[in-house]
Design a protein around this ligand. Structure first.
Ligand SMILES: [Zn+2]
Ligand SMILES: [Zn+2]
Ligand SMILES: [Zn+2]
Length: 242
């Protein structure tokens, strides 16, 4: 759905939207709810002709409409000036904010910065590792894994701090992931990833690096692992969207 042009043209709306996305990325739901309340007030005062609407299939919308119909004085919300807050309209503001992704600096349409790094990890299969279909183990059980880590995040989030942290985390991994047993990776950390092939390695590298970045940055991280001995297709984490 296209964003209402009145909202797209208003600097205050864009500021609020941007803050809302930032809170969402930081996973701060209570502050998001508070911001929706502020947005509701701004909308009511400045854009009374904009009517946010329900989203088809949203259960929250149905609940909000029901709450609005059965007005309970005890549960009623009021703005600082004492005016009544329509719970349905407040909830719909959430969906209106979702539509701002295209104009928000942190949303999907925002300018992104990409930072990519690659290295080769020389790893061993454990001697007792069973033969996996299609896998031809080398005589000394050694294989090379080409690891590519890419961070593609909105420019407002991919700060110098974060790109630096990424560089350091990747170079430490490059140093640590040499001549170790593949199946032993992930056995002594909190990520709970079983590593026994390129897919597991991609997931484990993803978790290890995301852990070193600010909260929420992991969702902008993508890891690719090429392992010719295992197969011609690379292992991705998150999985290849195709
Ligand atoms: Zn506005
Ligand atoms: Zn809804
Ligand atoms: Zn092998």
């Amino acid at each position: 759905m296209a964003l209402n042009p009145v909202i797209a043209a208003c600097a205050r709306c864009r500021d609020l939207a941007e803050e809302w996305w930032r809170l969402g990325i930081a996973d701060d739901k209570s502050k998001m709810r508070m911001l929706e309340f502020v947005f509701y007030g701004h909308l009511t005062d400045e854009h009374p002709m904009v009517h946010p609407t329900a989203l088809e299939g949203c259960r929250g919308c149905q609940e909000a409409v029901t709450t609005a119909q059965f007005f309970l004085p005890d549960l009623a919300m009021h703005r600082p000036d004492g005016s009544y807050v329509d719970p349905a309209r407040l909830h719909f503001c959430h969906h209106l904010l979702e539509q701002t992704a295209e104009v928000s600096v942190t949303g999907a349409g925002a300018p992104h910065l990409t930072s990519g790094h690659s290295f080769t990890a020389h790893l061993y299969h454990r001697a007792d590792h069973g033969p996996t279909p299609g896998h031809r183990c080398s005589p000394d059980r050694r294989h090379s894994y080409e690891v590519t880590v890419e961070l593609k995040a909105p420019v407002t989030l991919a700060t110098e701090d974060q790109t630096m942290a990424l560089r350091i985390a990747v170079s430490e991994l490059e140093r640590d992931l040499q001549y170790r047993e593949l199946e032993r990776l992930g056995t002594d950390d909190e990520f709970g990833v079983a590593v026994d092939n390129r897919f597991g390695l991609a997931q484990w590298v993803h978790a290890t690096i995301a852990h070193r970045l600010a909260d929420g940055m992991g969702s902008y991280l993508r890891v690719q692992v090429d392992a010719p001995a295992e197969g011609s297709s690379p292992g991705f984490f998150p999985a290849d969207p195709k």
